[in-house]
Design a protein around this ligand. Structure first.
Ligand code: SAM
Length: 199
């Protein structure tokens, strides 16, 4: 199966309920004062830099929801790709403080409305990446012509609000195995599985 021009999009959604939407974290302490915003920076590098081998960057998207209030959506950074965790952290901070580069969209949003927008069966499938979900190889995934989105918990997993909404909307939980991996590893692994599915 070939990738059909620009329509088979893979999207990742990182939930960051503990990270402030004000962008007031210092670049020197992303894990501590930044309340683990380093998780997002590594996801971004995995998604747009070292993760894909031949999946087109134009068919990747990554969103992050801060404090259930602000959604940043990253698409096609291309030649102005930030370098390393600190480079991505600077972009995130600037975007939250009102200075996004042209490949970052900033919107006011919350988890429930984001789920409603993203989860539109047959056009856009939202999966919940969860250690205890159904194994990836046993899930029926439509690759062509559908946008598949994968939602990730933060370093503690999903909070009770997220779990409540996952149940309310009957979102399927999909697993990469029983081991708990870094979310950046999950991003790279899903991209690699999709690359193999279209070969
Ligand atoms: C570092 S893990 C969460 C922390 C983990 N539950 C713990 O307490 O050690 C971050 C997120 O990556 C995703 N994740 C990690 N391992 C996974 C796996 N084996 N299968 C599917 N998703 C996984 C989940 O979305 C998880 O919430």
């Amino acid at each position: 199966m070939q990738l059909d021009s620009g329509r088979t999009v893979l999207r990742f959604i990182q939930l960051l309920p503990a990270v402030s939407a004000s962008g007031d974290f210092p670049l020197r302490d992303l894990p501590g004062i930044g309340k683990r915003v380093d998780v997002l920076c590594r996801d971004l590098a995995a998604c747009f830099d070292w993760g894909p081998s031949d999946w087109p960057l134009s068919q990747l998207e990554l969103s992050a929801l801060f404090s259930d209030q602000v959604l940043l959506t990253f698409q096609t950074p291309n030649e102005r790709m930030p370098i390393g965790e600190r480079g991505w952290a600077m972009v995130v901070k600037n975007a939250l403080q009102g200075n996004p580069p042209d490949y970052v969209r900033v919107t006011q949003d919350n988890l429930e409305s984001m789920i409603r927008n993203v989860n539109q069966p047959s056009r856009s499938q939202l999966w919940v990446l969860h250690e205890e979900g159904k194994h990836f190889r046993d899930c029926k995934i439509q690759v062509s012509g559908t946008k598949n989105s994968f939602m990730l918990g933060d370093y503690r997993g999903f909070d009770s609000r997220a779990e409540e909404l996952v149940s309310k909307y009957g979102l399927p939980r999909i697993s990469l195995g029983g081991t708990s991996y870094l979310s950046s590893h999950c991003v790279a692994s899903v991209i690699s599985k999709f690359e193999r599915m279209v070969k």
